[in-house]
Design a binder for this molecule. Structure first.
Ligand SMILES: [Zn+2]
Length: 170
């Protein structure tokens, strides 16, 4: 009976609606790119120090420090480490927080994990291809999804619409 109760509890948890279920859908294994794995020293050789600290040491840039915070042109935001497209400008919004904010990432291009750095659990998210840290997702965003993907500007590169994005880093 105990086992059955546990299974019922697990089934109930899985059935819970909201961010958990959506994140699971977004983190489904994408078929269009294999993971890119590099050592810290390899990334350090490729990235300026401030970008490396955010992407691979989970640092957070100062609010209102990124020019991408005010970027309002149409285009795509790609991972500053591996160049995988992560956000479309259509999903960017002004959250007033001082960090570039989005209502959703490009499906399948972001993975999430729980983060206890500030005691209260937060949901950290990172590039699904290179695991580079991007930011945290919160449940106080605009409808219909109610999500706020709060991103470090230095972890992204903006590619204006009409311009060819950089080839994926290998
Ligand atoms: Zn990446």
């Amino acid at each position: 009976m105990e086992r059955r109760t546990l299974l019922q509890t697990l089934a109930a948890l899985v059935a819970l609606p909201g961010l958990t279920a959506r994140s699971r859908a977004e983190t489904a294994a994408p078929a269009d790119f294999p993971p890119l794995t590099k050592t810290d020293s390899e990334w350090k050789a490729l990235l300026e120090p401030a970008r490396f600290q955010i992407l691979f040491e989970e640092a957070t840039e100062r609010p209102f420090s990124s020019p991408l915070n005010n970027e309002k042109h149409a285009g795509t935001f790609v991972c500053a480490a591996c160049y995988l497209p992560l956000f479309e400008s259509a999903h960017k919004f002004d959250s007033g927080t001082g960090w570039p904010s989005f209502t959703q990432p490009i499906s399948g291009h972001m993975d999430t994990k729980r983060d206890f750095k500030l005691v209260l659990p937060r949901t950290e998210y990172h590039c699904a291809r290179c695991t580079g840290h991007q930011g945290h997702v919160f449940n106080d965003g605009p409808p219909p999804r109610g999500e706020r993907w709060c991103n470090n500007g230095l972890a992204l590169i903006f590619v204006p619409q009409g311009e060819a994005p950089p080839a994926l880093r290998s």
